[in-house]
Design a protein around this ligand. Sequence first.
Ligand code: FAD
Ligand code: SF4
Length: 510
Amino acid sequence: MVKSRLILVLGDQLSTGISSLRMADKERDVVIMAEVLAEATYVPHHPQKIALVLAAMRKFALSLREDGWTVAYSKLDDEANTGSIPGELVRHASEFGADEVIATIPGEWRLIAALNELPLVVRQLPDDRFVTSPIEFADWAEGRKELRMEWFYRQVRRKTGLLMEGDAPAGGKWNYDSQNRKPAPDDPRPPVSPEFQPDAIVAEVLELVEDRFAENFGELHPFVFATDRKQALVVLDHFISQALPRFGDYQDAMVSGEPWLWHAVISPYLNIGLLQPMEVCQRAEEAWRAGTAPLNAVEGFIRQIIGWREYVRGIYFLEGPEYTSRNALDHSRPLPAFFWGGETHMRCVREVVGQTRDHAYAHHIQRLMVTGNFALLAGLDPAAVHEWYLSVFVDAFEWVEAPNTIGMSQYADGGVVASKPYVSSGNYISKMSDYCTGCRYDVKAKTGAQACPFNLLYWHFIERNRDRFEHNPRMAVIYRNWDKRDAGQRKVVMDDAADWLGRLDAGETV
Ligand SMILES: Cc1cc2nc3c(=O)[nH]c(=O)nc-3n(C[C@H](O)[C@H](O)[C@H](O)COP(=O)(O)OP(=O)(O)OC[C@H]3O[C@@H](n4cnc5c(N)ncnc54)[C@H](O)[C@@H]3O)c2cc1C
Ligand code: SF4
């Protein structure tokens, strides 16, 4: 008799076309899906993130069974559950008399290593739900001095034919960002996002999460995320028809009490496999060709998916498992309590952390230019920052989170991802948001007790990293301007910044 094989489907592999299922035989093989404590606790995930993954897994398993698959599904609180993916594979191998596991390669070095160490034959197949493969990325990176996203993106545009007219980019330019990035209008009125009321499966999962993960940072309710492909497609339809036309214009804007604005909010669904990158890009391109969305918006959106998303995955696999422990700027300050909801007078940080607590979501500029900017300016330990980003966002999976945090946001990789650190004074936040109105600090004040901490820390960062950045062509002008200032004035800024950091370190509310 031919032995059955175990087909592993992880919580972020919920795509019917995934390579492991394509390789499987419905008649003889057993699909293994497991909710395990090890995955639910390796960082303190936001309760909504745990709920999304577990609910989507349960629904996916149900749809596989309806489609004729044999699925061995372990619920988190099943008595026999061993608590880890390797444990569940070994347990089910003996139950089903299987000695071979077929998996699609996980998106995390930790799990890839765990599968390699199993006492079973394991085949890890490529994850071809992406537009490019790690091998293609490595080929592109080979011999380049700098791995700039823009050049990679152009190659992927050519490869996919998205927004191409023959060999030329649609409209004559590869990138329309000069038309994007406006502050929000005074009365923004973004479209109302679809929300999904919990069905029986979601309700059961919410109860479980409430029971087991109540201590984790983040509100579980209201939980309104899509949890199956049908619902995820509703979110995509809504974005394409309602939000995409203004996506480019207001991509970088931040407004208190408006978490979603004109963003797609599809990263959780792309990352767990309910949506595929090419289908969302094709939908966006169709909208442009039909005249319902402008080119600046559509190009900007497609660039995020086939450019940034593919690029960061390439970096993750190119740079290897040690990437997450990089610390090029030797930063070591612990994460302040206000990252976990403690008090702070900085209204921008309070808004973004509060929104993250309530929705497990912040858009790119909130992550990069508020919390990330603060962490970098204040010299927070990048490993702690990485753990925070991996924990608190509903879309956080290491392959995408780590290059964004360690690389783009914290410059901890020494410039692999970013050609210069993403730092700014309060001026940028003031220009792009309404946060500074009503803040205890004064964004215009450069020194003194009322001075916006971003203003003080910006120059502290610039000065303490002089050796590294003074000769960076993109930063030289900053040093020239700083050096033109009177030495006494510079000293006041540095002293005020050191005082402020001293108060932060002493645990005062700052
Ligand atoms: C410090 C930091 C950490 C981040 N961590 C994550 C993470 O854990 N998971 C994650 O999916 N994204 C992460 N991002 C990227 C980005 O912030 C999110 O993809 C985006 O906010 C998701 O919301 P959205 O779907 O509304 O995106 P939109 O703004 O509407 O963009 C559309 C899509 O483009 C893709 N995208 C946009 N920017 C990026 C990017 N820089 N990297 C990869 N994909 C991108 C996403 O799939 C997103 O859904 C991080 C960014 C920063 C600065
Ligand atoms: S004044 Fe400074 S701290 Fe306050 S909201 Fe503006 S940028 Fe943030």
